[in-house]
Write a protein that binds this ligand. Sequence first.
Ligand code: MRU
Length: 359
Amino acid sequence: MSNKTIMDYDTVALDDAKSALVIIDQTKLPYSTEILELTDLKEIWDAIYLLQVRGAPAIGVAAAIGIYLEAKKIGVEETEFDGFYEKFAKAKEYLDSARPTAVNLSWALNRMEQVVLTNKTRSVEEIVKCLHDEAVEIREEDILVCRAIGEHGLTLIKDGDGILTHCNAGKLAAVKYGTATAPIYVGQEKGYSFRVFADETRPLLQGARLTAFELKESGIDVTLICDNMSNMVMRNGWVNAIFVGCDRVAANGDVANKIGTSIVATVAKRYNIPFYVCAPTATIDMATPTGNEIKIEQRKAEEVTEMWYEKRMAPDGVKVYNPAFDVTDNDLITGIVTEFGIARAPYSESLKKIFTMKS
Ligand code: MRU
């Protein structure tokens, strides 16, 4: 029997020999670890939409690899730039439509498009080669960026602390360290131990199925709680800090993350518990002024009414509201932990400063 744990598998990778995007099918976790090898653009779109690959950074990496694989196919038929670019742009727009809230999807696709445009004078074959290298770089960068977030985040906590997290912003949402879990994993490498509380995260249970799973597999002390228990554990004094990931940070520091995040932030404020958002700069969208302009993905009613039991668990025909994300207002956020350091209020200034460090 193999001793492999989930931490030994790639969340998202490129298999050059098979010209395939390789992902763990996250809809099957934790019961079975099924690896998917996707070669077709529609399959990749479906994998993103159906959350087989999910979490803002992982979606970005998957899209970069996906558009490279498609460009490689297009390049066989279209050897002139104009024909190649027309089909590339269509494929890019299609992939970008898979999910609206996580800005990493369009961030990665725009970065890939820039590679095409800046290499316009080269042959299509050379452009495809550049796209390959950029997709590989986007993936490798994610590991370094998350590691840096872990180092900065670790300065905010101490050995033995209780940490609460919501949804999955872990290794399964990125390439290696995750974002919200990065301080925990980097701390573990340095010999620290933490007590982590993972919100189950209704309706799709990313906290129970993914966060509790990967932390447990990593030997981290994790306790699973239902979403409506977070007030209780905070009131009990068991939580020293909250770390969450995010799908988009607006220029004023408002943050969109998995539905329910704003409830955790509101309760944390009540108990004076610091609430930190971990965000690679790829997730910060300076073109979106506030959280009000962030498009929130609405998902199908069945995720709320039918996904828990074999039988439907709500009355037929009942109205359902199922937003996948909510906005946490910037005044509830103690700090935004990026790969370049920790931004604090006023965010409209500190986030700008973070971008000057980037350039
Ligand atoms: O719908 P999901 O599972 O893709 O939602 C994921 C989240 O909300 C994560 O917290 C976010 O993408 C950050 S992942 C590092």
